[in-house]
Design a protein around this ligand. Structure first.
Ligand SMILES: [Zn+2]
Length: 161
C-alpha cells in the first residue's frame, strides 16, 4: 500500500507506540497500515481412498497440496470450507471438523484448516489443473503453511485410531 486510503497522502514510516509502521505522514489523518494477516481456509478433503491433493495452475509442476480459499465477508470459516470444497472440487461436504490454525508469514496469512469428509464426482475448477487421491497411510505434510495442518491431522488420526 503506497497511498493513504483515507486522505490519499503518500504513506511513510511513522512511529506508533514505539514501533515503526507505515502510515499517514505526521499523522495527518491518523491512518496506520497495520498489514494484518489475511485469514485463509484450507481443506483436507477426504474421499473414499484418501485425501485430495490438487495442483494449482500457478504452482511448480510437482507441487500438490490441499485446497484453500478466502473467506467472504461475514462468512463462517466452516461454511467457507464447505463452499470451497464444492466450488473447487465439486464435492459435497458430509462432515467438517476444525484441525487447527497456523501462521503462514511468507504470504502474510493465517491458515484455518478443516478436515472435510466429502462425496461426489470430482470436477476441478479453473484454478486447478490436476489432482491425485493420496491414501492416508501415504500422506505426508511439510513444515510450513498447509503442510503443518496435514501433519497435525495425521497425528490426530493416530491418536484416535
Ligand atoms: Zn491519511
Amino acid at each position: 500500500m503506497k497511498y493513504c486510503p483515507q486522505c490519499a497522502s503518500q504513506l511513510a514510516e511513522i512511529l506508533v507506540e514505539g514501533e515503526i509502521r507505515n502510515g499517514c505522514p505526521d499523522n495527518q489523518c491518523g491512518f496506520v497500515f497495520w498489514n494484518n494477516p489475511t485469514p485463509v481456509v484450507a481443506m483436507i478433503v477426504e474421499v473414499d481412498g484418501g485425501v485430495v491433493m490438487a495442483h494449482n495452475v500457478a504452482w511448480p509442476k510437482t507441487f500438490y497440496s490441499i485446497i484453500t480459499g478466502f473467506l467472504e465477508s461475514g462468512e463462517d470459516p466452516l461454511k467457507c470450507a464447505e463452499r470451497e470444497t464444492l466450488e473447487e472440487l465439486n464435492l459435497h461436504a458430509l462432515e467438517t471438523t476444525l484441525v487447527g490454525v497456523y501462521p503462514f508469514d511468507r504470504q502474510n496469512q493465517v491458515i484455518v484448516a478443516y478436515h472435510v469428509r466429502a462425496a461426489g464426482q470430482i470436477k476441478l475448477n479453473h484454478e486447478l489443473d490436476d489432482h491425485k487421491i493420496v491414501p492416508v497411510s501415504e500422506l505426508r505434510g511439510w513444515n510450513m503453511g498447509t503442510g503443518l495442518a496435514i501433519n497435525d491431522w495425521l497425528a490426530q488420526q493416530r491418536v484416535t485410531a
